[in-house]
Design a protein around this ligand. Structure first.
Ligand code: PXP
Length: 244
């Protein structure tokens, strides 16, 4: 199981004052030195955190897996192909949202992904992951498209306010992980994971290939520093499976 650190909010802090620091690429280097297997960034259409210059810098600096999270617009597909990361995670993107609020609605995007998006990315050797809710039909459609991976949206689990809701969502996530694995796709997961809920999640959900963690990790690092924070996540992960 690999830890990929999402460094978007290092850019959020930088952009809050319009200064040149903190530099997302510096954070990426420190995370990898502390043992993270790679880095995730989301280049949004409105460039609210990561900017185009960051993408080029990250491509040069990141040694492990580089995961380019993006909406499937023509503009992003063009930048993706120039950047040539290892992985492209396709997400829905809404202008008003504070963060990615849910998985892709596959019945809405299926035809467009089949005709425009997948053929375009398949001209490269970039792997494709689709960010989905733990929903049987959506996962079947990801398989039909030939996706390499599915990233399970863990936000509903992370934000559950009762044990009952948390347990119900964990059951859905477990079922979805088994389905994704049995269909031969990689199982990734992310959104809202933190030091408290990660052990609960890992205790139940099998076959995980990568977890992508951003906001809580970057926030904790303000007090602990990035190396100590990354290592704390890796230690939790190592209890459940060898961290690869
Ligand atoms: N995975 C995806 C697809 C996301 O959109 C995000 C948020 O940018 C994350 C993982 C990381 O979520 P968080 O910042 O809550 O850890």
């Amino acid at each position: 199981m690999k830890l990929l650190v999402n460094i978007d909010h290092v850019a959020t802090l930088r952009n809050a004052r319009g200064e040149g620091y903190p530099v997302p690429t510096e954070a990426a280097i420190i995370c990898e030195e502390a043992g993270a297997s790679g880095i995730v960034f989301h280049l949004r259409g409105d460039r609210r955190h990561i900017k185009d210059e960051d993408v080029a810098q990250l491509k040069n600096a990141v040694k492990g897996t580089l995961d380019f999270e993006m909406a499937a617009t023509d503009e992003m597909l063009e930048i993706l192909k120039k950047t040539k990361p290892d992985l492209c995670t396709l997400v829905p993107e809404g202008r008003e949202e504070l963060t990615t609020e849910g998985g892709l609605n596959m019945s809405v995007v299926f035809d467009d992904f089949e005709e425009r998006v997948f053929p375009s990315i398949r001209e490269t050797d970039i792997e494709i992951s689709l960010f989905l809710n733990p929903n049987r039909e959506d996962i079947n459609m990801a398989f039909e498209l030939g996706s390499d991976a599915v990233e399970l949206h863990t936000g509903t689990f992370a934000n559950a306010t009762t044990d009952e809701d948390r347990i119900e969502e964990l059951k859905r996530l477990k079922k979805a992980a088994i389905q994704i694995h049995e269909l031969g796709m990689k199982v990734n997961a992310g959104h809202g994971l933190n030091l408290e809920n990660l052990p609960v999640f890992l205790d139940v959900v099998p076959y995980l290939n990568e977890v992508s963690i951003g906001h809580a990790l970057i926030s904790k690092s303000l007090f602990w520093g990035l190396p100590k924070t990354v290592k704390a996540y890796l230690e939790i992960m190592s209890i459940y499976e060898d961290v690869k």
